[in-house]
Design a protein around this ligand. Structure first.
Ligand code: ZN
Length: 309
């Protein structure tokens, strides 16, 4: 009986894959699950999409697998976050894919950062001093819903370019996503409105666009610089600053060790929240809208408890 069900399930999967391959006009690979989620919103059943990195992995440091090269080899379109987020792992895979369609500069390569609002752009000389992994501005821009909308619009144009016959389908899907993002923004901003200006600390510099969009004030980071692990000296200074400014929340991305944040939490009385910055970071954050639903619910629940508001 069990074997019969397993076989049947396997068959269904095979049929489903076959069907999506047969009808999908454009085969898309994305570097992250956030981008794959937005591709699904715009591309619907006219595209097939696979993300390379999982949402629970640090997108700066992804372990390359041979299967990634196969996926890239077969792709019509590769969508990357850009701003050097994937510089440590994606470029060699693109080369090894031997797929001329998706090489940077080709029609099948889309840098999602090109139409996004980018924060933390360094002034003066661009450098990776001390291993700073954000030398070209902050690459975590998808955490402002308006950037989700901008990426979706760029995708609508790109997919239309690659599959002109589906232009009106992609336009309708984009319009529907745009409408839902606008409704979501109203809901999320209203939920956080009572806590406007709340000071927080985050592990990595993942949240400037999110903080900007929703009125939070990030006053410090557990990492001394993006991509650099915590040091004793920096932690001591951060604890003092958090005490001075009475910071009661530390956000930690799911892929970082909780030891240092928890010891900072004990010293300062701050709550440590494991908050996913990506779709797939926790099972509940299963699409772009649900990522914000999850994160904002987590924040407001905690803020309500802390402030009584
Ligand atoms: Zn980063």
């Amino acid at each position: 009986m069990n074997r019969y069900i397993a076989t049947l399930a396997g068959l269904t999967v095979v049929l489903a894959l076959g069907a999506s391959d047969a009808y999908a006009a454009v085969k898309v690979v994305t570097s992250t699950e956030d981008l794959a989620a937005i591709v699904k919103e715009v591309g619907g059943d006219k595209v097939s999409v696979e993300a390379l990195a999982k949402g629970y992995q640090d997108p700066h440091f992804v372990e390359a697998k041979p299967s990634f090269i196969l996926k890239l080899h077969a792709a019509d379109l590769l969508v990357a976050v850009g701003r050097e987020l994937e510089i440590g792992w994606l470029p060699p895979l693109i080369t090894q894919s031997r797929n001329t369609k998706i090489q940077p500069g080709s029609a099948g390569y889309l840098d999602a950062s090109l139409t996004a609002k980018i924060l933390d752009i360094p002034t003066g000389q661009i450098t990776r001093a001390m291993g700073d992994v954000h030398p070209q501005g902050n690459p975590h821009f998808w955490l402002d819903p308006d950037n989700g909308r901008r990426v979706a619009q760029a995708l609508q144009q790109k997919l239309t370019e690659l599959s002109a016959g589906d232009a009106s389908y992609f336009a309708q899907r984009y319009a529907d996503f745009d409408r839902r993002v606008t409704e979501g923004e109203k809901r999320w901003k209203a939920a956080l409105a009572p806590y406007k200006g709340t000071k927080i600390v985050t592990y990595h510099r993942s949240w400037p666009n999110f903080a900007d969009a929703f009125g939070l004030d990030v006053i410090g980071y557990v990492e001394p610089k993006p991509g650099i692990p915590p040091s004793t000296q920096h932690t001591i200074e951060l604890i003092a600053e958090m005490k001075r400014q009475q910071v009661k929340i530390i956000l930690v991305e799911p892929y970082f060790d909780l030891k240092t944040p928890q010891s900072i939490g004990r010293e300062t009385g701050a709550d440590v929240l494991m908050m996913p910055p990506s779709v797939g970071g926790v099972p509940e954050a299963s699409d772009y809208m649900k990522l914000f639903d999850y994160d904002i619910n987590l924040l407001t629940t905690t803020l309500k408890k802390l402030t009584g508001k």
